[in-house]
Design a binder for this molecule. Structure first.
Ligand SMILES: NC(=O)c1ccc[n+]([C@@H]2O[C@H](COP(=O)([O-])OP(=O)(O)OC[C@H]3O[C@@H](n4cnc5c(N)ncnc54)[C@H](O)[C@@H]3O)[C@@H](O)[C@H]2O)c1
Length: 353
């Protein structure tokens, strides 16, 4: 069965990830690509062998009989493009974050349920060796009870494109919390089986929007000096979950710290895990002695994101990165923004959705 593929958005992630990912899969026909920037649409159509290109996604979804699409647009378009595609019975592989907020995310889940199609979120970190290993380790009960998790992604300097869509709240939904935060908050929630958030307290800061320093690779503030930056450059938060566990988080695009770092930590009664920049360590007890395990993760990713999505379409099985889980992730993000604004702890049942 040949599946007719369309890609909405022909920018960075479309080229680096989705189009390359689907090129390696047999039975996928590259039918159409759409970008509002005609030059990008044409360039990508020519380079990657799409039959045609569009500058309006509504035309593309109307005219081409597509089986599935990638949504690789700025965040504010994830919701309208996905819902329209699902209404036309098209499966959707949507980039992260699923949407601007939990309300939109829930409506995307509702549209998916009405259509009976697959909606998967492009949370690519779930498909890595370390995440696969830690998830199996957690599911086997080898951490014991996971009672606390920490995660973060901190940059010395690295605000993406001031004046572009990333720094414009209406288009992005927020700064590093929604951009980087979804990756590692998603992982630690996934390892625990996605408990529901009970309450959140958080704070966001915007201190570097005029900063001119660059990091050691020469990366700092790129883009238009006079452009809009109405999102945070750092967010911190503390979340209580209904399994009794807690989550501590910190995400920043710019900070006066020694080096960039991305990490998660799991604290369990039988073992813990520390992941930092590609290195994973498990700490556990054997014969009443603490031991450190360094898993050899030097093997191919066990599951490929793109083959997995095609498999879900063909077999009807649920995807690994389920949109229902991303609704909870967005509730946490909404809660942190609301808590920062109101300077109060947010209780989900009372204040959100
Ligand atoms: N999974 C990851 O690690 C990862 C990494 C980077 C970006 N992303 C996500 O991918 C998405 C795109 O990010 P990017 O870095 O590729 O951004 P980008 O700006 O490079 O690309 C976005 C493209 O969408 C196009 N576009 C804008 N409005 C459009 C419209 N109405 N119709 C069609 N095309 C339109 C733009 O012209 C641009 O070419 C974002 O949601 C981002 O969060 C994910």
């Amino acid at each position: 069965m040949t599946l007719r593929y369309g890609c909405v958005g022909a920018g960075g992630i479309a080229r680096a990830k989705h189009i390359k990912g689907y090129q390696n899969i047999p039975d996928v026909e590259f039918v159409a690509v759409c970008d509002e920037n005609e030059k990008f649409a044409k360039e990508v159509a020519d380079k990657y062998g799409f039959n045609t290109y569009y500058t309006d996604y509504r035309d593309m979804l109307e005219k081409e009989k597509l089986d599935f699409i990638s949504v690789c647009t700025p965040n504010f378009l994830h919701y309208p493009v996905t819902v329209l595609a699902l209404e036309k019975s098209i499966h959707v592989h949507c980039e992260k974050p699923i949407a601007l907020n939990a309300k939109e995310a829930q409506q995307m889940v509702d549209a998916k349920n009405r259509a009976g199609k697959i909606l998967m979120v492009g949370l690519n970190n779930r498909f890595t060796n370390h995440a696969w290993f830690v998830k199996q380790y957690a599911d086997e009960g080898l951490f014991g009870e996971i009672y606390h998790v920490r995660c973060g992604w901190k940059r010395v300097r690295g605000i993406p494109g001031k004046g572009g869509w990333f720094t414009n709240k209406a288009m992005s939904g927020g700064g590093p919390l929604i951009d980087l935060g979804v990756h590692f908050m998603d992982l630690v929630m996934y390892f625990m089986g996605y408990p529901n958030p009970v309450s959140v307290t958080g704070a966001t800061y915007s201190k570097f929007s005029e900063n001119k320093c660059v990091n050691s690779s020469g990366w700092g503030m790129t883009g238009d000096d006079n452009g809009i930056m109405d999102v945070e450059d750092m967010a911190v938060g503390f979340v209580r979950l209904d399994n009794g566990a807690t989550l501590d988080l910190e995400f920043s695009w710019a900070s006066n710290i020694e080096k960039d770092e991305n990490f998660y930590e799991i604290r369990g009664t039988k073992g813990g895990a520390i992941y930092c920049h590609g290195e994973l360590k498990i700490i556990t007890e054997q014969i009443s002695t603490l031991v450190e395990i360094n898993p050899n993760l030097n093997f191919e990713n066990p599951i490929d994101e793109f083959s997995h999505f095609i498999d879900c379409i063909k077999t009807g099985k649920e995807p690994i990165a389920k949109p229902e889980e991303s609704v909870k992730l967005m509730q946490i993000i909404d809660g942190i923004y609301l808590s920062s604004e109101s300077k109060k702890e947010i209780y989900f049942q009372e204040e959100i959705i």
